[in-house]
Design a protein around this ligand. Structure first.
Ligand SMILES: [Zn+2]
Ligand SMILES: [Zn+2]
Length: 356
């Protein structure tokens, strides 16, 4: 599936029958579809979220009429965050929502997109006219979609596919976001570990690709090591961004924002001291030295063609290499750093979740 593709409205039919005092809808059945419900008060014109009741029951407040908000053809509702303006999609039709990007928590009404708001306006206008004129109306959304030349009817707004589709490990709802990291719009759980773990699994797969020529193997192992360390840093930065949301003094926040996960031991000391998150807990001294060397190897592989410089020697006390020597990465080394960083990353995320 292509990213940023337009995903059309799911379709269906809305029927307004004033003589029976009913407004109902019919879903399309041959593709994904979802609906949530709002209520328009005929007393004061306010719009509120109204959960669907069980069969034969109604949850609609007295004097209110239902407004049905439909998903796109993939079963997702588009959402626009009132705080950061970020756009995402989710199949959650719940009353309250977290923004996956900035964690803003609000009523679903605050997350309506512009096109959904236009739809609600025209929906209300149409229903009020039908009630006033006491005339039955059927709005055939499928028909509108079929006859649409430029996708311009406010009744059938479309959505836009983003980049990473997630299924929350806790509450199982699905959401589609820009970039990689985000929290579940329904329960707020971060997807950080899933993203990191998937990247590490891809790297392990690369290592097991035995079809490589011998001379390209070493640069492949070096590339895997570089990527592994970068993925760890991206994951840790995402957690750091979340830590910055925790109330703290300006100077503490400043210090948190300056943490560099390239200097992994220092970063661990700071997080242990400030948040009781010791993500190197249980890692032997020997393995800590190994992790530190890998982080510094990544640095010279990226910035110095893999040639040992003074800074590398100073940061690692590595006596197995000499100044100006070119380093090579072994396959076992790459496997070891992947496994160590997976458990370290898990500890960091678990530590964050235990205090959030
Ligand atoms: Zn936001
Ligand atoms: Zn969830």
């Amino acid at each position: 599936m292509k990213q940023f593709e337009i995903v059309p409205h799911t379709g269906g039919k809305i029927s307004i029958v004033p003589s029976e005092n009913s407004i109902g809808f019919q879903n399309q059945k041959d593709h994904a579809t979802a609906v949530f419900q709002l209520g328009l008060s005929l007393v004061d014109g306010s719009v509120t979220y109204v959960p669907f009741g069980g069969i034969g029951t109604t949850t609609m407040p007295k004097g209110a009429i239902p407004i049905y908000v439909f998903s796109d053809k993939e079963g997702y509702f588009g959402k626009s965050c009132p705080a950061c303006k970020g756009y995402f999609r989710t199949d959650s039709g719940g009353e309250e929502i977290y923004c996956p990007y900035c964690s803003h928590f609000d009523n679903t009404l605050s997350f309506l997109t512009e096109t959904q708001q236009e739809y609600i306006e025209i929906y209300i206008k149409t229903v009020l006219i039908a009630l006033q004129e006491k005339s039955d109306i059927e709005i055939d959304l499928d028909n509108i979609i079929a006859n649409l030349s430029n996708n311009s009817s406010p009744f059938v707004y479309s959505e836009e596919r983003q980049q990473r589709s997630n299924k929350c490990k806790s509450c199982k709802i699905r959401y589609d976001i820009l970039g990689e990291f985000g929290c579940c719009p329904n329960c707020g759980k971060l997807n950080t570990f899933e993203v990191f773990n998937e990247s590490l699994s891809r790297l392990l797969k690369r290592l097991n690709n035995s079809s490589l020529e011998q001379e390209t193997q070493s640069s492949e192992w070096a590339d895997v090591l570089k990527n592994c360390v970068s993925e760890f840093e991206a994951m840790a930065k995402d957690i750091n961004k979340e830590l910055l949301r925790i109330p703290a003094t300006p100077s503490r926040k400043e210090a948190i924002s300056r943490i560099s996960f390239q200097r992994i031991s220092e970063a661990n000391e700071s997080l242990s001291k400030w948040f009781d998150i010791d993500f190197l807990k249980g890692i032997s001294n020997e393995d800590r030295i190994f992790i530190n060397r890998c982080f510094n190897k990544r640095h010279i592989l990226t910035h110095n063609s893999g040639v040992v410089d003074d800074k590398y020697i100073k940061n690692t006390d590595d006596t197995t290499v000499r100044l100006n020597q070119k380093i090579y990465v072994e396959k076992d080394e790459a496997i070891k750093i992947i496994n160590l960083l997976r458990s370290t990353g898990k500890k960091l995320i678990d530590g964050y979740e235990s205090i959030s």
